[in-house]
Ligand binder design. Sequence first.
Ligand code: TTP
Ligand code: MG
Ligand code: MG
Length: 457
Amino acid sequence: MSRSQITRGARLTQADIAADRSVDARLDAGRPANDGIASARKGSARSDNDQRDDDDCPILHIDMDAFFASCELRSRPDLVGKPVIVGGDGSRGVVTAATYEARRFGIHSAMPMSRAKRLCPQVVVLPPNFALYSEVSAGVMAIFRDVTPLVEPLSLDEAFLDVSGARRRLGPPAVIAEMIRSRVYDEQAITCSVGVASTKFIAKLASTRAKPDGLLVVPADRVVAFLHPLAVGALWGVGDKTEEALQRLGLATVGDVANTPVDTLVRALGQSSGTHLAALAWGRDPRSVQVPEGEKSVGAEETFPRDIDDPEVIRRELLRLSERVAVRLRRQGYVGRTVVLKVRFADFTTITRSRTLRSATDVSHEIYATVRELYEALGLQRARLRLVGVRAEGLLAAADAPRQLLLDEPVAGWREAEQAVDRATARFGRGSVQPARLIDSGVDDGFGGAPVAPRPR
Ligand code: TTP
Ligand code: MG
Ligand code: MG
């Protein structure tokens, strides 16, 4: 079966996901038979009592397939399905990325290019274009952050997500994972693989197993069955030296390590490595998804089609962006303590101004009031602006924020009103209810006279 057939045949449509259809079939298709997981899922209790076996699996590990090469194939459809390498083509060049078709010839990352060409003389070699990969990466990460602010990027093409807070809005983790796979494919035209598990360690192993273009859920009660047959190299932190030490003890699989007394492991590897491996071998991994410092925020920004100097248009844009930020905060179950205004001038100089609120908010009215004060304080007169942005930082889970703070003056009533708008929007679509100021006023807003509000995000 060619890769494109796998891609097409495997992916669920949005309608399937919405109706939660055929996820189980897809999960089984995404993994090799005989690994102890597929049969476990078929026998799951879901149809009996509506329990899902991904209920205890809020951690997703997502990794793009053959990332650099897949980015290149977007503009080279003639090469889809062929062995393709991205890398330096000089005498000392090495393979940076290889399509799965190239991998069938034994080609892999870090291999000298000369050897790759010997293995597959017809292989097509493309030079790297890092600007392109950064751009696709930003698009993919934006999809992740649309699902949850709890995103821990590991490299350009992969991240951990904790989707605990997104379940009420988007459904069980496996459905969220399929939705992300569809969005990455629809919006960025590349495929990715997702592991869904109760810990980061297992989620990462699961995404690797699901590759390419697959999804694998490892329910908590299947972790040991999934993990123990794997070679010891699967354990995080096991490099060549540790592997040799384990081999000297006669330990080849993760199960062998799990069934060795911790004292023995500690004697061979030292206190910290010994106890660490003993825990991992039973699938115990306490690490939570870590959002990089400064990235835990929800923001929206807009580059004007041409530079704008009319304060009235800018205020209107700030109101709209405040709305967008508030809606995303509420959808994701967060409130923000700090409101940030970003302004980029026509000459690309960019400044930000921020204010920390007395109480955290997810109310657009309050975000706008703050951002508007920050904007007026700049005293810009008629400076020409290229972009404005609004961001909420210092996020707290709304459920953890003291309730009376949310109802604190002058917000009382606004939150409920905006929640009603959320419900109307969910039913009737975006733009069905909006502040009167966002309805086209005939002011030139730089968007060619089109009404401002109904533009899709
Ligand atoms: P990976 O995710 O490791 O690999 P991949 O996306 O090419 O393939 P897979 O389907 O197995 O995930 O790395 C992501 C990109 O990072 C890869 O496309 C090229 C780049 N990269 C390097 O620059 N140097 C390296 O040594 C490796 C492994 C990858
Ligand atoms: Mg990858
Ligand atoms: Mg990667």
